[in-house]
Design a protein around this ligand. Sequence first.
Ligand SMILES: Cc1cc2nc3c(=O)[nH]c(=O)nc-3n(C[C@H](O)[C@H](O)[C@H](O)COP(=O)(O)O)c2cc1C
Length: 244
Amino acid sequence: MNETIRQIFARKSVRVFLDKEISETDKGIIIEAAKQAPSGGNTQPYTIIDITDQKIKDELAILCDHQPFIAKGKMVLLFVADFQRYYDLYQYGDVELEYQPQESNLLMSIQDTAIAAQNSVVAAEALGIGSCYIGDIVENAERVRELFDIPPYAMPLSLLVFGYPTQQQKERVKPKRIDRKFNVFENKYHRLTKEELKELYLTGEDRSDEAFVEFARKQVTRKYHTDFGREMVRSIKVWLENWR
Ligand SMILES: Cc1cc2nc3c(=O)[nH]c(=O)nc-3n(C[C@H](O)[C@H](O)[C@H](O)COP(=O)(O)O)c2cc1C
């Protein structure tokens, strides 16, 4: 199999790291790889913050729903969806313009930022360095804004923690992907029927309606009726306030 394809297939999140530093050269390659990603009109509407201050890592480990491994990351990169640079350019360029950033700017920034982040993941993998995204970075907006001095038209999107995987992490089984019959379609979107959803999500013997309802309830409870779920909903509203 082609080596790039093999690595894309083999990559899995790594949450326990060896006590081995990432060299400055490799760090530079990973960051540059992120910057080589495509972006709409080559606008590159993101900013990458290389978090080297251990105190900040320690605080992030608490702020991001108490995930201690963040503090142990050998490299921690924050990818910020950033329209501030353009906003400021427009203000400096034409004081009459007063451009109000639109949802379209945010959406494009988010897309471009995520693509850049994933490029860094792929590059790290090629260097034998594991990584894990931390979605909880969108929580605690007020403190995160203060911690990194984030301006109004920028929003932290992807926090990535990197390090060399331990043997146990290398051997860990990669979580299965959804069968393509459920999420790859030709020409048209196919909305899954209840029966198809049952087939997708009920992996055990019990395919009853009761088991299905129980699964759906558990899913909602786990995702939204938790402190972190509620905090995420609240905090993202704060991040998006300036875009309304
Ligand atoms: C946007 C995003 C947010 C994530 N947030 C977390 C997180 O906060 N903590 C964590 O341990 N893993 C996190 N992950 C990792 C996922 O759990 C992981 O990618 C998924 O279970 C698939 O496993 P794999 O990456 O090993 O293939 C996140 C992944 C993505 C893409």
